[in-house]
Design a protein around this ligand. Structure first.
Ligand SMILES: [Zn+2]
Length: 265
């Protein structure tokens, strides 16, 4: 069975309180060797670390989601920085902009995004980026950051693995720009039921896979709570679309996740 890495999950959420052990057991049975549990605020970032301490295959990402940007207080950057000293913290995220729901004012989102990008650079950690209805703004902020971080602007240095665009929904051209900067693109459940432009030419060497569970449940389980064991449906669909055996998709995406998050697998 191919080894998979779920690069983006929220199994700290209350929805899993009753059966988290079984959810992770099913994930192991489905070949999921690592799950990156992504924080959305200070509490869920702390919960991610607790899960990482409890389960050997869970790793933690810390950050304020754009929806929670307005809740980021002075000093929270320092708190994240202290939490990030934990050996199982592998990224800052999820951070970014969400101009679709605008649950935090836009300028507050931009400020929180920039502060956390600066934090990631200081800590030398990759970032997990959420972008919804803010393609131009995210591209311009990440372009500037990547230049300073030693990405595309880093005087011809080898591409550093800077982070991942989670649940990437842009077109091929945008995907290529991010790849050139040093980012990976992550594909989630929607690929099983909606057509993604990027799907026609998936760059396997810069691709990650994720569930974003409990959200974005893939077919044939759409409508139910998502979980890491359903990652196999995403892999199968990528294989089908790109004409590559799913074992090969798994091999590439797992190697990419190990590289980006420096996972000890
Ligand atoms: Zn998420």
């Amino acid at each position: 069975m191919p080894v998979l890495v779920d690069s983006h999950a929220h199994i700290d959420m209350r929805l899993y309180d009753k059966d988290r052990d079984q959810v992770l057991e099913r994930a192991r049975e489905a070949g999921v060797a690592a799950v990156v549990n992504v924080g959305c605020n200070l509490d869920s970032s702390r919960a991610a670390i607790r899960l990482a301490e409890q389960y050997s295959e869970v790793f933690a990402a810390l950050g304020f989601h754009p929806h929670s940007a307005a809740k980021m207080r002075d000093g929270d950057q320092e708190r994240l920085s202290e939490l990030a000293q934990h050996p199982k913290v592998v990224a800052i995220g999820e951070i970014g902009l969400d101009f679709y729901r605008n649950l935090s004012p836009r300028e507050v989102q931009v400020e929180a995004f920039n502060r956390q990008l600066a934090l990631a650079r200081r800590l030398k950690l990759p970032v997990i980026v959420h972008c919804r209805d803010a393609q131009e703004e995210v591209l311009s902020i990440l372009t500037e950051w990547a230049c300073g971080a030693g990405g595309v602007g880093g005087a011809g240095r080898a591409k550093e693995a800077l982070g991942v665009l989670h649940c990437f929904s842009g077109d091929r051209e945008l995907g290529q720009r991010y790849i050139e900067m040093g980012f990976f693109l992550s594909i989630a459940g929607p690929i099983t039921y909606s057509s993604l432009e990027i799907a026609r030419d998936l760059p396997l060497d810069r691709l990650l896979i994720e569930t974003d569970c409990p959200f974005l449940t893939p077919q044939p389980h759409r409508g139910k709570r998502n979980e890491p064991s359903y990652l196999s449906f995403v892999v199968a669909k990528i294989g089908e679309i790109s004409g590559v055996p799913s074992d090969v998709v798994a091999e590439h995406t797992t190697a990419n996740a190990i590289q980006l998050f420096r996972l000890p697998l």
